[in-house]
Design a protein around this ligand. Structure first.
Ligand SMILES: CC(C)(COP(=O)(O)OP(=O)(O)OC[C@H]1O[C@@H](n2cnc3c(N)ncnc32)[C@H](O)[C@@H]1OP(=O)(O)O)[C@@H](O)C(=O)NCCC(=O)NCCS
Length: 150
């Protein structure tokens, strides 16, 4: 398996994976828009080229926003999400940026643990941010300050 830039031809598989693993999935069009904008779009590809994970982040002024990240269930707990975030971190330190920001559902313990384990710290709670079939859920905002400031 390897991490490589996302291509337009990957989008159907990326969107299908996201739809299978998150309650608030992006449409294929949203992934396509990020590619067009030149955002940081990476995938985890399997031996046959199949999409097993993805990470999308966008630089807004001097902050990177980690927009979406996911790993196929069969490939979890092998360090791939950590590698995708480290890959973003490398990209971020090459730009004039001060932090990586992200939001996560309050009940998403695997993701919260991943980010806290990687040094992200709690910023604040955005009440009722996510609209789910079962109601709403709070978003927890995390930030990772970047050591190398402009
Ligand atoms: C969250 C997610 C991306 C983690 O992917 P992963 O490849 O399994 O994560 P990693 O193997 O890189 O784990 C890195 C660390 O995260 C934490 N972690 C990951 N999964 C965890 C779990 N189920 N429970 C507790 N901690 C967990 C651990 O600290 C782990 O380190 P360790 O394995 O040495 O203990 C994955 O569970 C997923 O795709 N979930 C659905 C989509 C999602 O929630 N995306 C995040 C949106 S903000």
């Amino acid at each position: 398996m390897n991490i490589r830039p996302m291509r337009a031809t990957d989008i159907p598989q990326v969107a299908a994976l996201e739809a299978a693993i998150t309650p608030t999935p992006w449409s294929p069009g949203l992934f396509a828009e990020e590619l067009t904008l030149g955002s940081h779009c990476r995938i985890l590809a399997g031996k046959s080229g199949e999409v097993l994970g993805y990470c999308v982040a966008r630089l807004l002024v001097d902050e990177w926003h980690l927009l979406t990240l996911g790993i196929a269930p069969a490939c979890r707990r092998q360090g791939w999400a950590r590698r995708l975030v480290q890959d973003l971190l490398q990209q971020a330190t090459r730009t004039e940026s001060v932090a990586i920001l992200l939001e996560v559902r309050a009940s998403n313990v695997p993701a919260r643990t991943l980010y806290q384990d990687m040094g992200f710290t709690f910023l604040y709670t955005r009440k009722g941010y996510y609209r789910l079939a079962s109601g709403t859920e709070d978003a927890i905002l995390f930030a990772l300050p970047l050591a190398k400031r402009p």
